[in-house]
Design a protein around this ligand. Structure first.
Ligand code: NDP
Ligand code: GDR
Length: 352
């Protein structure tokens, strides 16, 4: 590394979907990567297991540290120890429906957690040397004011999660303006992958398709089938995060595919990947999806998955990211669904 500045990244949320893809990307670019993981009574590092390096070896470029966004002293110590040149704040209670059950915790980790991390950098006098990425979200647009949504579209959060992320968005902008920090918000639309959390709708569907194809599940219960999302692949989106921090100037960027599909369409495509076609019958809470070959009900609406306030549709315009960052998505909706179904089928076979 002689003659070059060593890039050191600190990633919060390393054990999540995006943390794993981002760690892969940064290691491939020669970074030293430090990840923050939470203490858990069960194994929670499965997504980054392949990156593990024995800390006793020399030239270790991947390390994990215990920490939590609700613990300010821990964050200060970690930033002091690691001295990151780039911080990616990906940690969050990231499930929208769960945020209605745990609103205070969600605010503590997602809103105040972001503040704690920014403050850790500032307290240590690193605000001019450490670049900061905040995992902002299309959920900020919530009750949509403009279609498609871009960086200038007004926000209207519709959940405790989105309200907490709204604070995190603005405190990131404020630290940029108040202290001259290179702090950027990535306003990312939904992005999925074979390692997406199992309770998000896409992965819930692809896992169910694999299980049903193998005779291990009878029916898939879902909430709002009409909700529409702009779904991309996580691998593409972490590339965008990295590009934001390589710019001379910080800024806020939408990352999206510019295509919108309904949950119902995702279900149709996922079942089609295993040769099952669906016939929809009924409406609202009485809607069912039947296997058009056997007539058997394979999808049912369960109001338990409805949200007190729903985000009906999201469609992003990533023109700024394309023009400034040279970023664009590379995986199509059809490829994404196939990738996820294939992976869940493989996992199912391997477990048998
Ligand atoms: P995941 O839910 O897969 O991962 C979240 C990560 O945060 C996990 O590593 C989790 O740890 C960790 N975490 C949760 N609470 C805390 C806490 N209090 N302290 C420390 N770590 C914590 O999310 P994704 O990877 O999908 O998303 C990454 C970020 O991007 C999140 O902030 C999310 O809100 C945001 N986002 C995601 C989008 C998407 O479509 N995926 C779109 C837009 C924004 P553990 O594994 O122990 O639970
Ligand atoms: P979202 O993702 O809320 O957009 O947040 P999720 O996959 O949970 O929901 C997408 C849409 O599908 C509808 N839906 C269901 N959702 C779940 N989870 N389970 C179901 O059974 C079900 N049936 C229908 C939902 O109502 C919703 O409309 C994700 C998270 O990754 C956030 O962290 C991130 O900020 C946003 O994407 C962008």
């Amino acid at each position: 590394m002689k003659g070059r500045t060593l890039k050191v990244a600190l990633i919060t949320g390393i054990t999540g979907q995006d943390g794993a893809y981002l760690a892969d990307l940064l290691l491939s670019k020669g970074y030293v990567v430090h990840g923050v993981k939470r203490r858990s009574s069960s194994f929670n590092t499965g997504r980054v297991e392949h990156l593990y390096q024995d800390p006793h070896e020399s030239d270790v470029r991947f390390r994990m540290h215990y920490g939590d966004l609700t613990d300010a002293t821990n964050l200060i110590r970690l930033v002091q120890e690691v001295k990151p040149t780039e911080v990616y704040n990906l940690a969050a209670q990231s499930h929208v429906q769960v945020s209605f059950e745990t609103p205070e915790y969600t605010a503590n980790s997602d809103a105040l957690g972001t503040l704690r991390l920014l403050e850790a950098i500032r307290i240590l006098g690193m605000e001019k040397t450490t670049r900061f990425y905040q995992a902002s979200t299309s959920e900020l647009y919530g009750k949509v004011q403009e279609v498609p949504q871009r960086e200038t579209t007004p926000f209207y959060p519709r959940s405790p999660y989105a309200a907490a992320k709204l604070y995190a968005y603005w405190i990131t902008v404020n630290y940029r303006e108040a202290y001259g920090m290179h702090a950027s918000n990535g306003i990312l639309f939904n992005h999925e992958s074979p390692i997406r959390g199992e309770t998000f709708v896409t992965r819930k569907i692809t896992r169910a398709v694999a299980a049903m194809h193998n005779g291990a599940q009878d029916c898939l219960y879902l909430g709002n089938l009409d909700a529409q999302r702009d779904w991309g692949h996580a691998r593409d989106y972490v590339e965008g995060m990295w590009r934001m921090l390589q710019q001379d100037e910080p800024g806020d960027y939408v990352l999206a595919t510019g295509e919108m599909h309904s949950v119902r369409e995702f279900v149709e495509r996922a079942f089609a990947a295993v040769g099952t076609s669906i016939e929809w019958r009924g409406t609202g809470i009485d809607e069912i999806g039947a296997d058009s070959a056997s007539g058997k009900t394979i999808v049912k609406v369960d109001p338990r998955y409805f949200r007190p306030t729903e985000v009906e549709e999201l469609l992003g315009d990533a023109t700024k990211a394309r023009d400034v960052l040279g970023w664009t998505h590379t995986t199509t909706f059809a490829e994404l669904v196939e990738d996820m179904v294939r992976s869940d089928l493989d996992a199912f076979s391997a477990a048998r």
